[in-house]
Design a protein. Structure first.
Ligand code: ZN
Length: 277
């Protein structure tokens, strides 16, 4: 699933096309993509002839701040990606959303339709799950005392805590494993077991991992589900230190990386660098 670095890479590519542009039409080919819109027909009506004032992001969600105080929320789901194309270009299968401006079309291609789009009024936004997201892991990461207070009262494994979008928003399965490897913390350590020094180490590992992902255009796995809007693959894949490297030597100490399952998510770690206690 696209995580913060992939969504931010996507956002930066879409800004020149969407910011300041007026949406001439918003087509949605699969009604399932509108399942979060209180009244599905509202989406196209609200987007049409409306200017995109800015394109932001919180966690894994793209946020289009639209003229008239509406907010477009776009989520790539498990396998969605965005593509920028010329007006009228031939659309491949699974082009489920098309936003057209005067100059270009922005496509959302999502074979599995786990992604979605919505356009919300301020009241709808306030009552939505998006308003309840935690602070963004890159732009608004809480300081160590605040993060520590939130983490050390929880008896959940660190891997699950990092995936909890109410705690901090943006980390998913790949980058949570990478953060824990960098922080030298075992994924099954409970939040409540961390001391202040370990909380600092955890916090200090989040931004460098996300920024490295971002510098390399994010992570494209073998399924090629995530690609940049210009069609290139993200190149962070070759630099991963834990995720997906089961049996391969740890890049720090040479110990084979192990795989376990934590709350149904595959989890990769180095048993030497990340001891269980
Ligand atoms: Zn190691």
């Amino acid at each position: 699933m696209p995580e913060l670095p992939e969504v931010e890479t996507t956002r930066r590519s879409l800004v020149p096309v969407l910011e300041g542009a007026t949406i001439n039409s918003a087509e949605v080919g699969r009604t399932r993509m509108l399942r979060r819109q209180p009244r599905p027909a509202d989406f196209a009506d609200r987007m049409r002839d409306r200017r995109v004032e800015s394109l932001g992001r919180r966690g894994k969600f793209l946020l289009g701040h639209m003229e008239g105080d509406l907010t477009m929320v776009l989520h790539l789901g498990m396998s969605g990606r965005m593509q920028i194309q010329a007006l009228g270009a031939e659309r491949p299968a699974h082009t489920n959303v098309v936003l057209a401006t005067d100059d270009a079309e922005v496509w959302m291609i999502d074979p599995r339709t786990f992604g979605f789009v919505v356009c919300l009024t301020p009241d709808e936004w306030d009552g939505s799950p998006f308003a309840a997201l935690g602070p963004d892991a890159l732009d608004a990461l809480p300081r160590s005392p605040q993060l520590g207070a939130a983490i050390t009262k929880r008896k959940s494994p660190l891997k699950s805590l990092l995936l909890d979008q109410h705690l901090i928003a943006g980390l998913g399965n790949i980058y949570a494993d990478e953060v824990l490897h960098r922080a030298r913390l075992h994924p099954l350590r409970l939040g409540a077991s961390l001391d202040a020094e370990e909380v600092k180490r955890l916090r200090a590992s989040i931004k460098p991992v996300l920024e490295a992902g971002l510098r390399h255009g994010g992570t494209t796995l073998d399924d090629l589900a995530y690609l940049l809007p210009d069609g290139r693959a993200g190149e962070y894949t070759q630099r991963l230190r834990a995720y997906g490297r089961t049996g391969q030597p740890c890049r720090t100490c040479g110990t084979p990386i192990e795989r376990i399952v934590v709350t149904q998510r595959s989890t990769h770690f180095c048993p030497t660098c990340q001891p269980a206690d």
